[in-house]
Design a protein around this ligand. Structure first.
Ligand code: ADP
Ligand code: ASP
Ligand code: MG
Length: 406
């Protein structure tokens, strides 16, 4: 007998019929003698609808209240799936994040999980129940409802698997595994049987939303066996996220192409070139809880320099307003911004032992007349910032250049 945590995403529970199908799948696992904890997302489109609704009432929604609103989507699914399970003869019980208790910090809309109390779930599991938990949500020390950031149900699933020391965490979604790139952009993309944590972490952080980055971090840290599978296919092993590189096979240099459409670039021009400017600029941004991605400080001239960085597009307006303030305080010349950019990245642990990947990538883009605005590299990835209109073309070209369609 194994203890399995299964997470079903929005499309997989998108209508009553699909919820009934999920119930059948869960029941099958239980009938095989396994204990099953199911983590569910809101039905597809619901979270977006709830956010839009909130914005109709308050243009810039209060974060605590937005969490109260957004968390209802998942709660609906837990009740529906529990009922569907009961209807086919399974004992089932729904739980909100607060009922579990998934304790988080108080950073509304992007809270971090601090601890999970698995005692109640364990008791109900031992009594023969399927446990259906609302993903994406938790509760802070004061009892406020929090949410974990978009795509956060993946993290709920992995965190529950870690807390329960589950044998496996299965992420059921609308594709049958992790691909060399998003199969919706490149139909020739190939499914990977395995991908290392390191690579998956990069892919997720660089925009492949098949897994939320925090879920991969969590799985790596707590050694959770993590697999991505299709909720629409009966057969298939999906993609296993592994600790070890597959030594048996000739390691490809590049494992995947990731991209992110949600980027925006900000530049502070004519910054006095003195110690502490990076801190003054980025400190103010960090204080507002805005994540910064790529950072470039240009060579100074005439005792001034230009300082650029990228943020999530959703934080663009807020960051721009903060920089206007910083500009005045530090006597910089101007703040400029570009919210029509994207980031495309090539990821692969094979890069470590193969020089020349960057030049191959830049040549492929140049041959298509695509201008690169920013570059950043690490040991296992190369990212470029491009005009957003080149996104699809760049992804396709790089996928082909690194022979990922072979
Ligand atoms: P869910 O609602 O199940 O959480 P998501 O929409 O969050 O599903 O994630 C699944 C989607 O991720 C797929 O439909 C696919 O378009 C996208 N995706 C992006 N990059 C990849 C990739 N490398 N492999 C597989 N899917 C990817
Ligand atoms: N429903 C949430 C979202 O749409 C969380 C999730 O689906 O993982 O972001
Ligand atoms: Mg998701």
């Amino acid at each position: 007998m194994a203890l399995i945590v299964q997470k079903y995403g929005g499309t997989s529970v998108g209508n009553p019929e699909r919820i009934k199908n999920v119930a059948k799948r869960v029941a099958k696992f239980q009938a095989q003698g396994h204990q099953v904890v199911v983590v569910v997302s809101a039905m597809s489109g619901e979270t977006n609808k709830l956010i839009a609704l909130a914005k109709e009432v308050q243009a810039n929604p209060d974060p605590r209240e937005l969490d109260a609103i957004m968390s209802t989507g998942e709660q609906v699914t837990t009740g529906l799936l529990s009922m569907a399970l009961m209807d086919i003869g399974c004992k089932a019980k729904s739980y909100t994040g607060g009922q579990v208790k998934v304790l988080t910090d108080s950073t509304h809309t992007k809270a971090r999980i601090l601890s999970i109390d698995e005692a109640n779930m364990r008791r109900d599991l031992d009594a023969g129940n399927v446990i259906v938990v609302a993903g994406f949500q938790g509760v802070d020390e004061h009892g406020n409802i929090t949410t974990l950031g978009r795509g956060g149900s993946d993290t709920s699933g992995v965190a529950l698997a870690a807390a329960l020391k589950a044998d496996e965490c299965q992420i059921y979604t609308d594709v049958d595994g992790v691909y060399t790139t998003d199969p919706r952009v490149v139909p020739e993309a190939k499914k990977l049987d395995t991908i290392t944590f390191e690579e998956m972490l990069e892919m997720a952080s660089l925009g492949s939303k098949v897994l939320q980055i925090r879920s991969v971090e969590f799985a790596g840290k707590y050694k959770v066996k993590l697999r991505v599978l299709s909720s629409f296919q009966e057969e298939g092993e999906g993609t296993l996220i592994t600790v070890e590189e597959d030594k048996k096979m000739e390691q490809p240099i590049i494992s995947g192409i990731a991209f992110n459409r949600d980027e925006a670039k900000l530049t502070v021009l004519g910054v006095p070139d003195t110690p502490g400017i990076a801190y003054q600029i980025l400190g103010a941004i960090a204080d507002a809880n805005i994540d910064v991605d790529m950072i470039i400080q240009n060579v100074g001239h005439d005792d001034t320099t230009d300082f650029s960085f990228t943020v999530n597009r959703g934080d663009f307006a807020k960051a721009q307003a903060i920089l206007e303030d910083v500009k005045t305080k530090m006597g910089a010349r101007e703040v400029t911004g570009d919210s029509k950019i994207c980031k495309v990245s090539a990821v692969g642990v094979g890069m470590r032992s193969h020089p020349g990947v960057a030049s191959k990538m830049f040549k492929a883009l140049a041959d298509e007349g695509i201008n690169i605005k920013m570059i950043s590299t690490s040991e296992i990835k190369i990212s470029v910032v491009l005009d957003e209109k080149y996104l699809e073309l760049a992804v396709r070209v790089l996928h082909r250049t690194f022979e990922l369609d072979q």
